[in-house]
Write a protein that binds this ligand. Structure first.
Ligand code: SF4
Length: 193
């Protein structure tokens, strides 16, 4: 029997739309803050992972591509990938990279560095992305944050797609930094109850 579909079952479209919009205008990258803050709010306020279970467009995208479009090998996720050490190690790495991106934004805001219209893939590969921003439209730091945040979102999605191809569709979820953070918050919150 087919499960009744809800509006939030189509949020995977949002994930595609996000990257498409950022391809043409990098300022749309700021919308990614919704995906960053909403899961935290769910965990902090309600103490649950409803965002992961229902509203995460990225997780849904992996299911759609991996399961429905059969792009996944469906191999078991290696145990080390979902181990505590790897999950927390990856979270620390990810947060460090996020902090570095905020620092770069601050350097631009303070005038110590000029705006760099590039996307950094996998924290190493620089891709020119200048077409997506018209200089001086807004203060440079706003654009710098957009380039940095879009880089982070694109890199993490690509990692998710790679592990989706080789293992199960939602393998990324076993070490996703947002998932690790919200799980940690929920644990603390529910322990205190
Ligand atoms: S673990 Fe990450 S990618 Fe997976 S559903 Fe949760 S927030 Fe989305």
């Amino acid at each position: 029997m087919n499960k009744k579909k809800h509006w939030y079952d189509y949020l995977w479209i949002w994930s595609i739309l996000y990257f498409t919009l950022g391809f043409f205008n990098i300022l749309f990258a700021w919308l990614g803050m919704i995906d960053f803050l909403v899961p935290l709010l769910f965990a902090i306020i309600a103490g649950n992972k409803n965002f992961c279970n229902k509203y995460c467009g990225r997780g849904q995208l992996f299911t759609v591509l991996g399961k429905k479009a059969k792009c996944s090998a469906f191999r078991n996720t290696p145990k080390w990938m979902s181990s505590k050490y790897f999950r927390y190690g990856f979270l620390i790495f990810f947060l460090t990279m996020f902090g570095n991106m905020v620092f770069q934004t601050w350097l631009v805001a303070s005038g110590a560095q000029s705006l760099r219209e590039v996307i950094k893939l996998f924290w190493t590969i620089h891709l020119p992305w200048g077409w997506a921003y018209t200089a001086n439209t807004l203060p440079d730091w706003i654009a710098q944050f957009s380039f940095g945040f879009y880089s982070l979102m694109l890199t993490s999605t690509l990692i998710g797609l790679i592990v989706m191809v080789f293992f199960k569709p939602r393998t990324w979820c076993s070490f996703c930094p947002m998932g690790t953070m919200t799980q940690g918050i929920c644990k603390i919150k529910n322990k205190n109850k």
